[in-house]
Design a protein around this ligand. Structure first.
Ligand code: KIV
Length: 290
């Protein structure tokens, strides 16, 4: 907590009110320790289904389950008190019908304490977004590149390079806003499209690979911290090289264990007062039993 006492956690309406103002700072977190480290500095923490790839080593996000999202969402909410926490609905839990989406989203809200959910999709998902928001579930939309549709889209491609594609993303974003989403993530689109969307929509745009024109930015924390392996997507700036720090710390630990320099005397519990250390080796269980 900073010197100024905080009254309450940021909510979706606070994020929506930032349209056109100071850019909204967003990052992903999947665990309590990471969420605790981010909480003071970010406005919104997304428990993204990218956890399937980042934490679980899946090739895509398609295998992520609702139970996984709820377990991680609960940990992140418990570890934070400032940021607005939003949890992704994973593939297969909302696309079928608004009522199906409502049941999944209601579980997320009730079991994690998150402030809202995110789901991927534009015009097709607009009726679902409307259904959820009218029933008390704040929704963050997600258009442009939609990783859950990777098997149809044929890969993680930049969106909006052709006018037909740009028109589709524009229509999607407008449909999401009209349906009542409090904001929309725009992933991997060409810069002029993100700029046009940000100018046209009344809700904040949160960009990832979509340019500084957006109302806010989001990155996968592991990408920006240098914990995501050797591949760094073009849009993800590395602000730290924590992976290298971890590797060298583990190397130093291994060397000290092998050389019997760890644990040192300062890490060992001394005998209690008046207790003499054993002078003979302790009898083995077998010897004592015989
Ligand atoms: O799952 C996720 O982490 C996301 C962000 C990349 C926006 O959807």
């Amino acid at each position: 907590m900073t010197a100024v006492a905080r009254i309450r956690r940021l909510m979706p309406r606070d994020i929506a009110a930032r349209k056109g103002g100071t850019p909204i700072v967003c990052l992903t977190a999947y665990t309590a320790p990471m969420a605790r480290l981010l909480d003071d500095e970010v406005d919104l923490i997304l428990v993204g289904d990218s956890l399937g790839m980042v934490l679980y080593g899946f090739d895509t996000t398609v295998g992520v389950t609702l139970d996984m999202m709820i377990a991680h969402g609960r940990a992140v909410v418990r570890a934070t008190s400032h940021a607005c926490v939003i949890v992704d609905l994973p593939f297969g839990t909302y696309e079928e019908a608004p009522r199906v989406a409502y049941r999944a989203a209601a579980r997320v809200m009730a079991e994690t304490g998150a402030a809202g959910i995110k789901l991927e999709g534009g015009e097709t998902m607009a009726p679902t977004i409307r259904f959820l928001t009218q029933r008390g579930i704040p929704v963050l939309g997600h258009v442009g590149l939609m990783p859950q549709s990777v098997n149809v889209a044929g890969g993680f491609r930049v969106q909006g390079k052709t006018s037909e594609e740009a028109e589709r993303v524009l229509a999607d974003a407008h449909a999401v806003a009209k349906a009542g989403a409090f904001g929309v993530v725009i992933e991997n689109t060409v810069e002029p499209l993100a700029r046009a969307l940000t100018a046209e929509l009344a809700i904040p745009t949160i960009g990832i690979g979509a340019s500084a024109a957006c109302d806010g930015q989001i990155l996968v924390s592991e990408d920006m911290l240098g914990l995501g392996g050797d591949f760094v997507p073009r849009f993800a700036k590395r602000y730290a090289a924590l992976g290298e720090g971890i590797r060298s710390a583990v190397k130093a630990y291994g060397a000290e264990v092998k050389a019997r320099r760890f644990p040192g005397p300062e890490h060992v519990y001394p005998a209690g007062p008046g207790e003499a250390p054993p002078t003979k080796p302790l009898a083995t269980v077998r010897e004592r039993a015989s």
